[in-house]
Design a protein around this ligand. Structure first.
Ligand code: 1PW
Length: 215
């Protein structure tokens, strides 16, 4: 697996989301989920410093999760299901307002999960876009249909300004470092179903445990 800057490719990032699916898609391995996110952060950073406000928050949330994974209860944070079970049974989640456990794994991962929906919608729009489509429009449509619903006005405003700085479609495809535009479209068609599976499974677990609105 490539890890140097030059070899960085969005394909490898998306492959992490494939490898985090466990047991016939019945659980999600958090280590790979976070590796996928680390790749997304590198991708966002390669789009320019204007995206650093976006990636900074993701970085701090990845860090919180990695600390749990490395901590003394690390084994309980191996997968999504084991984390939910561990935190809920130990009363380690603030359910109505942030107080004793302001940075629980469940609420932290929920923020990444919501952001993953944005990414999924955006990349799917790019996949089916025509050559003259505007990436900034695709990105803000995806954002407005997902993450924006959880953000206050000031963040929505900052995000919409940042989107305007996105490179045009072909340049954007180059930054992905996958190959020709046709190869990018093929890669997205192959990889996005895994991102969807991870997203859908996580959504289902959070819904079953009534955790979709954690403060
Ligand atoms: C072009 C590639 C697109 C990838 C998009 C994924 C990154 C999404 C990160 C958005 C962060 C915006 C600024 C931070 C906002 C936080 O307040 C918010 N975090 C998220 C991830 O929505 C909520 O976290 P909080 O304040 O409840 O701890």
């Amino acid at each position: 697996m490539a890890s140097t800057e030059e070899e960085f490719s969005l394909k490898e990032v998306l492959i992490h989301f494939k490898s985090c699916l466990l047991d016939d898609d019945k659980d999600v391995l958090l280590e790979h989920y976070l590796n996928g996110w680390k790749g997304l952060v590198r991708f966002m950073n390669s789009l320019g410093s204007i995206f650093s406000f976006v990636s900074k928050d993701a970085v701090s949330k990845i860090q919180i999760m990695e600390n749990y994974l490395k901590g003394e209860s690390g084994e309980r944070y191996r997968s999504l299901q084991s984390m939910i079970e561990y935190e809920l049974s130990g009363n380690l989640v603030d359910l109505t307002q942030r107080s004793g456990h302001p940075d629980s794994g469940c609420r932290t991962l929920l923020r990444l999960h919501r952001a993953l929906r944005w990414l999924q919608l955006f990349l799917e729009k790019l996949r089916i876009s025509s050559e003259d489509s505007k990436t900034s429009t695709l990105c803000s449509e995806a954002y407005n249909d997902s993450l924006a619903n959880y953000h206050p006005w000031i963040i929505r405003k900052t995000a919409s300004v940042a989107f305007l700085a996105l490179p045009v479609r072909n340049k954007f495809f180059e930054v992905m470092n996958v190959g020709t535009p046709e190869e990018v479209v093929d890669m997205l068609g192959e990889a996005l179903p895994y991102v969807s599976k991870v997203y859908d499974f996580t959504e289902e677990q959070y819904s079953q445990h009534n955790l979709l609105n954690l403060p």
